[in-house]
Write a protein that binds this ligand. Structure first.
Ligand SMILES: [Zn+2]
Length: 350
């Protein structure tokens, strides 16, 4: 594959497609993932960490941070995920972007099999997550090597397979942002310029970090309208900070839809909003003229968020959030821009 072949197309795990075929799209999900910190991926678990299976008797505890359940942070059962993807299809979803990158246990061959066995198109991300999760190999890699690796994941195939990525990210950043994470970002921006792919970023959990990332990417020649800042619903709670970020022209992603508890285990200092409050923030952005910069998703990354373990599943946005948007001043044309037009534009190689 060459960058020329990709222009004007979307690259799914089963090949190139016309952007007009995508339909309603979830831009930030994880079909398969191991989100356990590397220290918890062993049998010798520290105090307070349980390897009990997630079920209906402990799913609330797991979601509310009553102990760390390693099983909750691992999604690896093909049949379970297939059933949930089929539920999503029945609710109206047609395309899913899986951003399980280096350090989170990417499964390119399982994604391809899922796309072949369902009617859902899948687009895979590439690159690396935050430093604690990054494979040992990134420690000694130069920016040029990282850029070549990420570019190769798009043009040739990722993680030892011939399955090609269709977007870069989620690229992991923290506050404070580490040198190693910045090197990965430098490589990602170079790969973005070389291939024409969009770049999705997992920013650190300080309100000003998305802006820091946007300024950094712009200074290196990355196109703002091709940059997606994820997880804004857990990061920015201030209008001025949000609108300043939106004024850069970057994409603003509210991607924790369905996470209805206020408890946010990655940082208990943050009070997570519920879906109603997320929709209020989206409306503020639309009223200020930022409709074409909005993306939404669930970022499913724990078992407890799947329907079979007491959660909302991949179907939630189509079954529940779209009706909520329509009850809260959005019209169908606006919903289609957010769920169809904006994703298709971002996933099209430029
Ligand atoms: Zn994610």
């Amino acid at each position: 594959m060459t960058p020329e072949d990709l222009k004007g197309k979307v690259q799914t795990v089963t090949g190139l497609v016309d952007p007009a075929t995508l339909g309603p799209t979830l831009m930030h999900e994880h079909l398969f993932i191991d989100l356990n910190p590397p220290a918890f991926r062993c049998s010798d678990l520290p105090e307070g960490v349980s390897d009990a299976a997630i079920d209906l008797c402990n799913c609330f505890r797991a979601a509310y941070g009553q102990g760390h359940f390693t099983d909750n942070y691992r999604i690896d059962d093909f049949a379970v995920v297939k059933a949930e993807i089929e539920e999503m299809y029945r609710a109206g979803g047609r395309t899913v972007v899986d951003l399980t990158v280096g350090g989170l246990g990417p499964r390119p061959l399982l994604l391809r099999r899922m796309a072949e066995e369902t009617q859902v198109a899948l687009v895979m991300g590439c690159g690396h997550y935050v430093e604690e999760y990054q494979l040992a190999e990134t420690a000694g890699m130069t920016v040029d090597q990282l850029a070549a690796q990420i570019t190769g994941q798009i043009l040739d195939g990722a993680w030892g397979t011939d399955v090609r990525a269709g977007i870069i990210g989620e690229i992991g950043c923290q506050s404070p942002w580490t040198d190693r994470e910045k090197r990965v970002m430098d490589g990602a921006v170079e790969a973005m310029k070389a291939t024409g792919a969009a770049l999705n970023v997992h920013p650190g959990r300080e309100a000003t970090q998305p802006q820091e990332v946007a300024d950094y990417v712009r200074a290196r020649g990355g196109r703002m309208e091709r940059l997606i800042l994820s997880h804004i619903d857990r990061t920015i709670f201030d209008e001025d900070i949000l609108f300043r970020l939106a004024d850069t022209g970057c994409m603003i992603e509210y991607d924790l839809f369905g996470w209805e508890t206020s408890y946010y285990w990655p940082n208990p200092g943050i009070d997570l909003p519920n879906d109603a409050v997320r929709v209020q923030w989206l409306r503020k952005l639309v009223e200020r003229g930022h409709l074409d910069q909005i993306l939404i998703s669930h970022d499913i990354c724990t078992k407890g968020r799947l329907e079979r373990f007491g959660g909302h599943g991949f179907q939630h946005i189509f079954a529940n959030v779209v009706p909520l948007l329509l009850r809260r001043d959005f019209d169908q044309a606006e919903v289609d821009r957010i769920l169809v037009a904006n994703p298709a534009r971002l996933l099209t190689f430029h």
